[in-house]
Design a binder for this molecule. Structure first.
Ligand code: NZQ
Ligand code: ZN
Length: 389
């Protein structure tokens, strides 16, 4: 088990009705609020009205940035920074899914960025930055952006989607009832994202970090139990609550305590797909993951033991032949995604192989994935992408 240092400064308010804390959470930061949200789901659900009522009653001055895109664009970050500067904003209130929260994190940091080109802030490696305070109200269980410091911003002009550290939310209000309106497609995609955040740490060479492995397996089993329930009955509180709780923990770093880093290979490859084709992040991951698993299992049989553990502890499978058991675990995962009714090939998303080599070179720039669970070459990445067609 390796050494680790971990701090999450975000205060989570989890459960139905936690919005009653909104005023007390915002108040210490000031009264000029930038309210950020996406394409309108919060208006349809009525959450916008609830939030505005609290803000109006509290005497806040509200500036709005709406229309933040899924796979949020650098242009939205630029707009938000401009609004913050023009209106002397004290605090950002992000209401939405990972895209709205990520964009708001980059805005919060962008206000203090000294250069002229905010894309340089996104594209340059750095740690947590000086930023405006950020509070969020989560409406989609997926990314874990409500409980981490990272954000992912897209530049469609350069076909780049880049994750970086910006700032942690000061507080996140996680009320599962706000996810009752999430479509089946986004519910399944979000759960695939949560599961991928676990896979990216679980499939590591560190063998003796039992706590992390048990947490990881618990998160996966929770996803497997509750995704079908949420798809069947979108207003099942227990299902929505469990999915929301695992969303926050999966990307928090906790399931990776004491484990060797992997570079998160499926995320590195998926970000290329999104950067070129603007696809839903979780769908890209669901398509890639079983193909990545099969390739690494074939390439390096010394990793079979971990797939056997996955098959046994997560899927409850048994068998004498380790390779067959490992493959059965991967098949169970693929079937689970298929049963949730999301596309499971790139062809269904109208993606062909024309950019695969460029994508592989970008995802693996500087040999980024050479120290992964199983070392990955550009050729491996192209092979995985081709298997996804
Ligand atoms: O835009 P609106 O109208 O709000 O609709 C959204 C959007 O169309 C809709 N939605 C959200 N909450 C809803 C709802 N619809 C009905 N009812 C609700 N309660 O869902 C659609 C997708 O929203 P989005 O925010 O894009 O989804 P998600 O939370 O999956 O975020 C995806 C983004 O986060 C990044 C991804 O790469 C992608 O850009 N990630 C961020 C991470 C992080 N910060 O740590 C880690 C992840 O690995 C990921 O890369
Ligand atoms: Zn993800």
């Amino acid at each position: 088990m390796l050494n680790y240092v971990h701090e999450i400064p975000t205060k989570l308010y989890f459960g139905e009705g936690q919005i009653r804390h909104l005023d007390e959470v915002l108040r210490p930061f000031g009264t000029r609020v930038l309210l950020t949200y996406g394409g309108g789901s919060i208006r349809k659900s009525g959450l916008y009205d609830t939030v505005m009522e609290i803000l109006n009653k509290g005497g806040y001055t509200v500036t709005e940035l709406s229309g933040i895109e899924p796979n949020p664009r650098i242009e939205s970050v630029e707009k938000g920074v401009k609004l913050c500067k023009e209106n002397n904003i004290d605090v950002i209130l992000a209401v939405g899914g990972g895209s709205t929260i990520d964009c708001s994190k980059a805005i919060a940091a962008g206000v203090f960025y000294e250069g002229d080109d905010l894309w340089q802030m996104v594209a340059t490696g750095h740690g947590v930055l000086k930023a405006l305070p950020l509070v969020d109200i989560l409406t989609l269980s997926a990314t874990g952006s409500e409980y981490d410091g990272g954000g992912v911003i897209t530049n469609l002009k350069t076909n780049e989607k880049i994750g970086n550290m910006y700032t942690f939310p000061a507080a996140s209000i996680c009320d599962p009832t706000y996810t009752f309106t999430v479509s089946k497609y986004q519910t399944a995609a979000g759960t695939a994202d949560i599961m991928s955040h676990i896979f990216e740490g679980y499939f590591s060479r560190t063998e003796d970090s039992d706590l992390s492995d048990h947490i990881a397996e618990g998160v996966l089993k929770t996803a497997i139990k509750y995704l079908p329930v949420a798809l069947e009955n979108p207003e099942d509180y227990a299902a929505r609550a469990n999915l929301m709780a695992i969303s926050s923990i999966a990307c928090s770093g906790i399931p990776e305590y004491g484990k060797r880093g992997t570079g998160w290979p499926c995320h590195a490859i998926e970000h290329e797909l999104s950067a070129y084709y603007d696809i839903t992040h979780g769908v890209g991951l669901a398509i890639l993951t079983p193909r990545w698993m099969r390739l690494i299992l074939k390439k390096d049989p010394t990793c079979t033991w971990r797939f056997v553990r996955f098959a046994k502890n997560v899927w409850g499978l048994e068998g004498e032949d380790d390779n067959a058991l490992a493959l059965a675990g991967i098949e169970a995962l693929e079937k689970f995604f298929k049963d949730s009714d999301i596309p499971m090939t790139l062809t269904e998303l109208n993606i062909g192989e024309e950019h695969f080599e460029k994508m592989a070179a970008h995802a693996n720039a500087g040999g980024y994935l050479k120290d992964s669970f199983v070392s990955m070459t550009n050729e491996d990445i192209v092979e995985i992408l081709k298997a996804c067609l």
